[in-house]
Design a protein around this ligand. Structure first.
Ligand code: FE2
Length: 227
């Protein structure tokens, strides 16, 4: 049985928060939303098994403090670099976020973004790691480039299912193809050396759920990436 998947897109940041749930258990990926996210979890009486972060940028973690307050026992998992960088407003970009919003929305927000100091994750994800969740296997893969703290999360059924894998790519793979390589810590060399070969090793029918925009098939984008 497929897990339910809900996408919440933050109206200001245009970033996607994903909620996967099955058998009353849920995973939240990139909690950029707050009220809508909490409403969905409570309305569906979901046990929050874990909160996963694809990277440290503010538009992907802005709702994490409220979510942790509501679900204090839910583990928060991120890679080691994300754990280091997310707690610093310079590296999580909250200290300069209004400039980003100006370019994104054409205007600065009515209320300036304050520096964001979230708590550290409770679980560090190893560089290449798998774990089971419900009927699925989750693969966590470091995907540097957009950020040195980038990871992708692959969801595959744990049986010999014909079901296509789902890839939660954060900002490591966007609907436009190439990731944005302009923030501090970015590296096109790392993207080419580490991230691209891994993405190209995945099945072409992998359905990609990116940090921004609509879902797409991995095979439609692979040829465009730094071709
Ligand atoms: Fe980002």
């Amino acid at each position: 049985m497929l897990p339910s998947l809900v996408t919440l897109t933050n109206p200001l940041f245009k970033s996607n928060c994903y909620i996967l749930y099955q058998n009353g258990h849920a995973i939240v990926i990139d909690p950029s939303s707050t009220d809508e996210l909490l409403h969905l979890l409570t309305q569906n009486k979901l046990t929050l098994d874990k909160i996963l972060l694809t990277h440290e940028h503010y538009d992907h973690i802005a709702g994490i403090t409220a979510l942790r307050a509501a679900y204090p026992h839910a583990p928060v998992a991120a890679c080691a670099a994300c754990a280091q960088r997310m707690v610093d407003p310079y590296y999580n970009h909250s200290s300069s976020f209004d400039v980003y919003l100006y370019f994104l929305n054409g205007e600065r927000p009515a209320v300036p973004t304050p520096p964001f100091y979230p708590a550290k994750p409770t679980v560090i994800i190893p560089p290449s790691y798998k774990e089971n969740w419900q009927d699925y296997v989750l693969t966590f893969q470091q995907t540097p480039g957009h950020s040195p703290a980038g990871i992708c999360i692959l969801l595959e059924h744990n049986s010999l299912s014909a079901q296509a894998p789902l890839l939660f790519s954060g900002d490591s793979l966007l609907p436009s193809g190439k990731p944005y390589l302009g923030f501090n810590g970015h590296s096109e060399a790392d993207y080419r050396a580490v991230t691209l070969p891994w993405l190209r090793s995945l099945p072409a029918n992998t359905q990609v759920y990116s940090g921004h925009g609509q879902p797409f098939l991995l095979g439609e984008k692979l040829l465009e990436l730094f071709a």
